[in-house]
Design a protein around this ligand. Structure first.
Ligand code: FMN
Length: 377
């Protein structure tokens, strides 16, 4: 598959400057990466692969009666406003995830003169971001979701979150309204983001988790089940941080199962900077320290690989032992980069993976063959 020159140039630009990054002032590197990411995404939006990738049929997985062509799809935050469905479907993605969306449109974070701070640690296959949920709002994006041309067995999910611009019951009311918008837009499943590190809220330690999830149960989950058969039951999963401790997993799975949720995703980026630093190459630690000390943000990529696998293994084991009667799926996100990672997931009983940092690493190397390359190896 061939790439158009402009997107290829952008991907190569980044590789070209990598050897010199260590010599540039760290603030400048962050500025370049933050701007470069936005330019890259603007170009990516215009991309359509020349060929369609047809994944081998044996890779298909069925979760909640929905067929995913392959066991890997993009993670939330990659296509916040519903961009690039056709592109990833043609690349061979197992599914597509839009969002995270919020009820109101949000500009996202700006700090120290950097808009949407982001940096990549190329040699460590990792990244940091402090974006703060920029998106055009769920009213606009649910219309986009509704009008997307669908491809067979490439289902569409949407990630949603209570907007940090509201609080209390108002915030939850809007969250449920957003979920309804996407349900009516015929999205195949929903993912609630309970773990954004960049808005000062939303992690497992938060008081209010039980209240929030119970509110959604009462006002959304329970209403999906209609005995006259008019409504479909759209699966809803919840995404937690990869910083979740293993001891918390049984409590979280119990909570989600008892309230009627359909799965869990481990997980989101990390704010355990000291722990994740061990996975950052020495030559990139100065940049890492600068970003995490100046912006904070969430760490993604290879440093999360073990945590996501361990958390998912614990969740799968607990679901099996606990004798959950309904279908409840565990989804893995964090450090997924190669086919071996997907095999590791399958071995512990995880059927579906999401990737972000690994997707872009592979994209910069092989362009639209990004999915195909996984199973060809
Ligand atoms: C730039 C960037 C933006 C992200 N935005 C979101 C988001 O809006 N919602 C969300 O749930 N996760 C978001 N994430 C987290 C990813 O979905 C994923 O959970 C995390 O990056 C770990 O996966 P990875 O190691 O494959 O990157 C974002 C990650 C990055 C790098």
């Amino acid at each position: 598959m061939e790439l158009k020159m402009d997107i290829l140039t952008l991907a190569k630009w980044e590789k070209g400057i990598q050897p010199f990054l260590g010599r540039l002032p760290v603030q400048l590197v962050v500025e370049k990466y933050s701007k470069g990411r936005l330019d890259f995404l603007a170009q990516l939006k215009k991309e359509i692969p020349v060929d369609i990738c047809e994944p081998p049929q044996e890779l298909a997985r069925t979760l909640w009666g929905i067929r995913f062509r392959t066991p890997v799809m993009n993670a939330a935050g990659m296509f916040k406003n519903g961009e690039c469905y056709e592109m990833v479907a043609m690349q061979g993605a197992g599914g597509y995830l839009g969002g995270t969306g919020t009820w109101n449109g949000r500009r996202g974070n700006e700090k120290n003169g950097v808009y949407l701070p982001f940096v990549k640690y190329g040699k460590s296959n990792a990244a940091s971001n402090f974006l703060g949920l920029p998106n055009e709002g769920d009213a606009e994006n649910s219309i986009r979701a509704h009008t997307m041309g669908r491809m067979l067995n490439c289902p569409i999910g949407w990630s949603v979150m209570g907007s940090p611009n509201f609080s209390g019951e108002e915030k939850l009311k809007y969250l449920v309204s957003s979920m309804r918008l996407y349900e009516n837009a015929n999205v195949d499943f929903l993912e609630i983001n309970e773990s954004c590190p960049n808005t000062g809220e939303g992690n497992v330690q938060d008081t209010g988790l039980v209240e929030r999830l119970t509110y959604v149960k009462r006002h959304f989950l329970d209403e999906r089940v209609c005995d006259d058969g008019r409504k479909r039951v759209i699966p809803v999963i919840v995404k937690f941080s990869t910083d979740t401790s293993l001891e918390q997993v049984p409590m979280l799975v119990d909570l989600l199962c008892s309230l009627g949720y359909d799965g869990v995703n481990f997980g989101n980026t990390s704010t355990q900077y000291e722990k994740r630093r061990a996975g950052i190459m020495r030559c990139e630690q100065k940049l890492y320290d600068y970003f995490t000390q100046t912006f904070g943000g969430g760490v993604s990529g290879r440093p999360l690989r073990e945590s996501s696998l361990e958390l998912c293994a614990k969740a799968v084991e607990y679901v099996k032992q606990g004798g959950v009667m309904r279908e409840f799926n565990v989804i893995r996100t964090g450090g997924v980069e190669t086919w071996k990672d997907i095999e590791d997931s399958a071995r512990i009983g995880v059927l579906l993976n999401q990737w972000y940092t690994g997707y872009f690493k592979n994209f910069s190397e092989v362009g639209h063959r990004v999915y195909e390359r996984l199973w060809e190896r």
